[in-house]
Structures are given as structure tokens and as C-alpha cells.
Design a protein around this ligand. Sequence first.
Ligand SMILES: NC(=O)c1ccc[n+]([C@@H]2O[C@H](COP(=O)([O-])OP(=O)(O)OC[C@H]3O[C@@H](n4cnc5c(N)ncnc54)[C@H](O)[C@@H]3O)[C@@H](O)[C@H]2O)c1
Length: 438
Amino acid sequence: MAKPIADITKPRGKLGVLLPGMGAVATTFIAGVEAVRRGIAQPFGSLTQMGTIRLGKRTEHHSPRMADFIPLADLEDIEFAGWDIYEDNCYEAALKAGVLAREHIDPIKDFLASIHPMSAVFSTKWVRKIDGPNKKTGANWYDLAEQLKADIERFKKEKKVDRMVMIWCASTEVYATRKPAHESIKAFEQGLKNNDPDIAPSMVYAYAAISSGIPFANGAPNLTVDIPALVELAREKQVPIAGKDFKTGQTLMKTIIAPGLKARLLGLNGWFSTNILGNRDGEVLDDPESFKTKEMSKLSVLDTILQPKLYPDLYGNFYHKVRINYYPPRGDNKEGWDNIDIFGWMGYPMQIKIDFLCRDSILAAPIVLDLALFMDFAKRANLGGIQEWLSFYFKSPQCAPDLYPEHDLFIQLMKLKNYLRYLMGEDLITHLGNEYYE
Ligand SMILES: NC(=O)c1ccc[n+]([C@@H]2O[C@H](COP(=O)([O-])OP(=O)(O)OC[C@H]3O[C@@H](n4cnc5c(N)ncnc54)[C@H](O)[C@@H]3O)[C@@H](O)[C@H]2O)c1
């Protein structure tokens, strides 16, 4: 039996999953977990629930289920809580989100209707296209963070949870860059007390979580925990953090296809991506400043995968464009088109067209589940700070400041699995394979 690096045992007691933002993604996630628990659905798309991990040599044929290899919380032990500016309970919010059909929502109506969003920390300066009545008021950001911590404590007592994680599932905030208030814990805490205009609501949630010892993952492209102050706080408090922006839809496709083109040294002249979507996320992204946050997240992918500096003849001059069009009739059922202009042997041009009729929240829900379970696992394994091994789930993976992020989905998966093997004291799999021929 291999010896784990850390003392990681099967958790006892309940795991509370805290969700700022109880819209399409959050309610689809909650409804799915409950449907799985009742045996009426399967957790497709979730690595923790359906994935396996090979251990040892190929000749050993030993690939246990992920959940049997690492001690993760059981779905039965999860409790949910969250915040939203709208007062709808999760049943009403799920109906409005229009992702799941009534035939899947109604059998679990009692459960969904019992989850009511707590009042939110919100500012129309940071999310401009929507507003609602369920908001906190307070003297300053610091006071609001204290109110969030009180909500968390109340939930912990009421539901008797032992451990918690927080996953940001709220709207995309307007584009922001690092400012002096983000540079250190001291400056940040001062900024909270002074109502610094560079502090966003998502940072207030992240601060409340991290300072309470609760792991925080960011499902949107907002800056949020990607600032030195909160990275430092997470390291100091030994709290795992991860981000940014769930990797679903068009970017998921991009990080599947681009590594393949590069592997075969096929050149790229241009990649034009456009989407139509009509959910509330689409409405928020109709604001150019929120779109800019998303655009930056989506654009960064190709450069790091294709490495134009290493391959100037193949990738030194490609045109990359990303558009998101708010189109209400489609609701959550996004359609994403990609036109990819590539070239091969002797420069002959070819084209690839992708028409992905995807369901955004159906792709995002299993990511929320995996992140909740892995972040809880990371905390029990005493891992603090940025969890780069979870890059697999993000469009803009957060990593150390002097590193470039790894975007290639297949490298990300290999990294995730090797990291788990490493933590559990198993041999890493390098795919060298010499031993089979000696
Ligand atoms: N669906 C996907 O595939 C996907 C992929 C990547 C990222 N995301 C991001 O995940 C987030 C959620 O997506 P969605 O489709 O569920 O959007 P949504 O609009 O359905 O839900 C977001 C909810 O957050 C609430 N909200 C906004 N600001 C808040 C605040 N400060 N505090 C509490 N609640 C707040 C809104 O009222 C809304 O109900 C968005 O930022 C989106 O960009 C989604």
C-alpha cells in the first residue's frame, strides 16, 4: 500500500457548499446533486463521480474509480446555501433559468424550494444590467464581509456542517485590473474599511470565506481572488483558492482542438468564434465592461496553447476574435460557431467549422461539483494558496505570478491526476514506458 504524502482520511460529517449567485449554474448543480442522490439521474461530466485513475504499470490493469482512490466527501453529506439579489428560492430560480425541464425539477420541488438565498453583497457599479431587492446594507465593505461571515456561521450551526467550500456562481463583474488596494492584506483590509472603489463584491465574499478558513473557487472571469492580497491571505491561513471562469462551451472546444492542431504542426491563420445565448448571464455580458472581462479570459487561451514565439511560422500571425451575442429566444441553450482557418503542407489552406449546440449550465454543473469536492479534499490535505492542479476546470487558470497558465485540456488532466497520485504516495505516470520493452 502506497504511503500518502499528507494524512488524508475519509471525511466525517457534512460538507456545506456556499454559492454566491443562485442562478442557472448554481440551481442546475444543486438540482443535479439531489437528483443523483435520489437515484433519478446520473452525474455525467463529473470526474469525481465517473472518472477513473490508472495506478501502476499498464500490465497491472488497475484503474480504480476516482472516488475510490481519494477520500472525497459523499454526495449524501452535502448541504447547500447561497446568496442572490433575487428572493426566488431554488425551485423558482431553476424554473426561471429554464435549463432543466419541469419533469426533472418537479420531483425534487420540496428540496429545491427549501433553499432560500441569503441577502447579497452587490453593487450596480460592478454588475450593471441587473438589480434586485435582496441586498445587504452596511457601513462599508468590511461590515458587509462581517455580515457574510455571520451568515456562514448561522448556516453552519443550523445544518450542522463540519466543513465548507465557497464557489462563485454569480454574474461576471466589470473588467478590472490590479490596483494598490489589492497589493497586500494590509492595504486590502484598509480598503474594505474605506469602501475603496477598486474592491468588488466578489472580493468581499472571497475575503469572508478565506478569513473564515473556507476554500474559495471562482467560476467567473472576475479578478476576485487573483490579487496579491487574497493570495497572500490564502497562503497565510492555509486555505485553497482557485479560478478563474469555468471552462465550458466554446473555450472547452478550443482547448480540445488547438492542442491537436499544434501536435500535428498545422498552422493557423485565424479563429473566429461567435455565440448566441439568451440567459441572464448573456444579458449581463451584453454590458461591454462585463463582456471585456469575459473576452480577456477567452482570448488568452490560444496564445498559451500555440506558443507563437516558439512557432512563429505556424502561429506568429493568427487573427483571433471572440463574440458573444445576447439573443433571448435561445435561453441557456447557447449556440457557438467557430470558423478556423488552418494551413498544412506547403501552406495549403483548409477550414474547420464547428457548430456546438451546447447547454452552458449542463456543462458547468459537474465542474461546480468537482471543484467543491476537490477543494474540500485540498483543505483536508493542508494545501493552501493557489491550486494550479485544478486548471482543468478553468478558462483562465490562476497560477503563480511568474508562470504562464497551462491551457491544454489534456496536459491539465494529466497534471490533475499526477498531482493526486503524488498526494496519495503513488508512482507518477510519465508515459515513458521503457520498462515494457526491457
Ligand atoms: N454557464 C456556464 O457555462 C459558465 C461558464 C463559465 C463561467 N460562467 C459564469 O458563471 C456565472 C454564473 O452563470 P449563470 O449562467 O448561472 O448566470 P445567472 O445570471 O443565471 O446567475 C448568476 C446569479 O448571480 C446573481 N448575482 C449577481 N451578482 C451577485 C452578487 N454580488 N451576490 C450574489 N448574487 C449575485 C444574479 O442575480 C444571478 O441570479 C457567470 O459569471 C458566468 O459568466 C458560466
